[in-house]
Ligand binder design. Sequence first.
Ligand SMILES: NC(=O)c1ccc[n+]([C@@H]2O[C@H](COP(=O)([O-])OP(=O)(O)OC[C@H]3O[C@@H](n4cnc5c(N)ncnc54)[C@H](OP(=O)(O)O)[C@@H]3O)[C@@H](O)[C@H]2O)c1
Length: 250
Amino acid sequence: MDTDPRFRALLPAPSAPVDLAALYAYPAALDRPWVRCNMVSSADGGAWGPTGRSAELSSPADRRVMGVLRGLSDVVLAGAATARIEGYRPVRPREVWSLLREGRPATPSVAVVTRTLDVHPDLLAAAPEDAPTLLFTTAAAPEERVRAAREAGAEVVVAGDGASVDPAAVVRGLAERGLYRVLCEGGPHLLAEFASAGLLDELCLTTSPHLLGPASSRIVAGDAPSHRADLRLEHLLESEGALFARYTRA
Ligand SMILES: NC(=O)c1ccc[n+]([C@@H]2O[C@H](COP(=O)([O-])OP(=O)(O)OC[C@H]3O[C@@H](n4cnc5c(N)ncnc54)[C@H](OP(=O)(O)O)[C@@H]3O)[C@@H](O)[C@H]2O)c1
């Protein structure tokens, strides 16, 4: 057991220290993708800080959990706005625990949902061969960018036949590539679409001890139809005043 003394479990049983990799393990023997989303919210429900980034809500403990979740995942999935604003690049090996990667590529792939294919060039060209970047887009994606992305080494996948990427087609595309342990990192628009489509299996939610006020979005945004779903609280951890809840679909 690799325990972390900086965290204590409040649920299922108060204890210290905590084995994060065990607590956040994906279900064993998956036969389909398991879509986990990891988000951080302020105490008053805000998803990003005054500079428009979620980093202001994060903390060393939150980054620790993020690193474990990335290490456990096969693919990190994000909306293109998050990739642009948060400066997504291929995941670096030092960001993930090598022990969690036995028998798998050293890093998870990054998959971005986008109509424009407007992502940082490094995300396309600097990904390792065994964990290429995936771009899920529509048939109307700009041809020049599709060609450039493919030439740079990324996989461009047309997901669905509409003007928007169909979240179910994303999940099918990941399944076809054997990428079952999905870590969606938002943002709020993408999370809303997956939740609305009933495709969210798990929500890992950090509640950070800050107030942001009404200018900040919730962790779900946009015009995807609301979809009510019951969740089960699997665990609740505390570190540095932040709460780390793991919910699964009830
Ligand atoms: N609190 C948190 O945990 C958290 C997590 C992540 C991000 N954030 C914050 O959230 C903000 C970004 O989130 P966001 O909700 O505005 O955007 P987002 O969901 O990250 O990305 C939206 C973009 O993704 C693409 N997209 C989404 N759904 C699509 C679909 N069905 N078909 C085709 N393309 C689709 C489009 O990209 P194109 O424009 O390229 O077409 C769209 O503009 C940032 O401020 C970030 O810092 C917070």
